[in-house]
Design a protein around this ligand. Sequence first.
Ligand SMILES: Nc1ncnc2c1ncn2[C@@H]1O[C@H](COP(=O)(O)OP(=O)(O)OP(=O)(O)O)[C@@H](O)[C@H]1O
Ligand SMILES: [Mg+2]
Length: 240
Amino acid sequence: MVDSAKPAADNSATALLEAVGIKKSFAYDDTRIEVLRNVNLTIQRGETLAVVGASGIGKSTLLHILGTLEKPDQGKLICMGEDLSTYEEKKLARFRNRTMGFVFQFHHLLSEFTALENTMMPALIAGIEKKRARQAAMAMLERVGVADKHDRRINRLSGGEQQRVALARALIQRPSLLLADEPTGNLDSKNSDHIHQLLLELNQDFGMSLVVVTHNLELASMLDRRVTIVEGQLVAADAK
Ligand SMILES: Nc1ncnc2c1ncn2[C@@H]1O[C@H](COP(=O)(O)OP(=O)(O)OP(=O)(O)O)[C@@H](O)[C@H]1O
Ligand SMILES: [Mg+2]
């Protein structure tokens, strides 16, 4: 379903990301937990998707696999027509840096570095000149509402501020796809609303696709589609 207030997702060209027959299990004690048994998912350019459902069903696992941070046991990921399973690690890392932004459930910021330094990091890794990276990082910190704290070390910021820095870092490269795991989990409702609006604006302004794991029903209902995981497979979920 596509919200009439925004342009329809672009179905004409190749899909942004296709996951085909994804399987993933984890060994635990003497047993194996089959988290994903047969996941098939197509994300169109500009499309927004919420992944919802109870703790432990495999939402983060799915997101990490879609973002090429974890390898599936079986199955393929095709991004803009490229089969990513054929990429070696260095090529994959470069591709990820250019194409995808991540906001992790546990933000994974570098606590000894400042908010600004953390935000600049993906741009510096991509070889962007320091002055330009700094400007872009400041603009993103401004946009998520923590520019005044740019010089603070991460371990001197609140959980919600850290999460906003994590979002700025994910966005600095203007990714085609933002993968966000509970991006507003640590925020109060006012700041959550602000971030939700920002995500939708970025989707509208840049056609950035979103896959968001969230327990926030309001956010889930604002996105194009909602899915959950049942017995290792993706199924459509209700808006409420
Ligand atoms: N590295 C791992 N080793 C073993 N088991 C794991 C590992 N990572 C995840 N699991 C298990 O896989 C299942 C899915 O985990 P996942 O983190 O994807 O759940 P989730 O839906 O994101 O949960 P939450 O809402 O609590 O974040 C859980 O049963 C978890 O214990
Ligand atoms: Mg999780």
